[in-house]
Write a protein that binds this ligand. Structure first.
Ligand SMILES: [Zn+2]
Ligand SMILES: [Zn+2]
Length: 213
């Protein structure tokens, strides 16, 4: 599977714009799904263009939670691609423009090897992708808590990688068994995570591409 960070608080690649928020394109088993949409639609569309990613080629969007920095770009994206299916937490208001809205309550299989943890306490869902080497968990801000998210994801198998915003997370021992950690967006203690896990923690940033086997 491949993750391309499209929107982040910092950039990884020149030519992209940094802005507070998070979005990444997830490609696995021939499927393309955008995880979150960042805060500002014009930044999302500009970064997609800079990455040569055509909005019309993205049929599905997974929204982690309703905060503006994850949901804000959705309206502009749907203006250029109306033919979109949106997965969003059950408590989230439904966007009227979408072709199809799937309101996620409990754990859900989205496709073969692709799951939602379901809406967890904190009104947030995380995306779980199964590969041969374990699960990759992608989270928006981790408002439910990283421990809660990892426990919810582990119903689908052993977790190997964690990518996304970890907010004020400090229970570092939870990351000890992971093969890859990409703490980005709102993660307050990125530096500490990199010091503790120098072999497995990597930087995020808009334009970063992460390939996971
Ligand atoms: Zn956020
Ligand atoms: Zn948030």
């Amino acid at each position: 599977m491949k993750i391309t960070i499209v929107y982040d608080n910092v950039t990884w690649q020149p030519g992209l714009e940094a802005a507070w928020g998070f979005a990444c394109l997830v490609e696995a088993d021939g499927r393309r799904l955008l995880f979150d949409t960042g805060g500002r639609g014009e930044v999302l569309l500009k970064n997609l263009e800079a990455l040569n990613l055509e909005p019309a080629s993205i049929p599905e969007i997974f929204i982690s939670h309703s905060h503006w920095d994850h949901l804000g770009g959705l309206a502009d994206l749907m203006r250029v691609n109306r033919n979109i299916r949106v997965y969003l937490p059950g408590s989230c208001p439904r966007p009227t423009e979408a072709r199809e809205v799937i309101s996620v309550q409990g754990p859900l299989e989205i496709a073969a090897n692709m799951f939602s943890t379901g809406e967890l306490p904190g009104a947030e869902q995380s995306l779980v992708v199964k590969t041969e080497n374990g699960l990759t968990v992608i989270c928006g801000c981790s408002h439910p808590g990283v421990g809660t998210i990892l426990a919810a994801a582990s119903r689908f198998g052993p977790v190997a990688a964690l990518v996304g915003g970890l907010h004020g997370f400090q229970e570092y021992e939870l990351l000890a068994g992971l093969k890859l950690i990409c703490p980005c967006h709102c993660t307050q203690h990125q530096a500490e995570i990199k010091v503790r896990f120098p072999k497995t923690a990597i930087s995020g940033g808009a334009g970063r591409v992460i390939e996971i086997g």
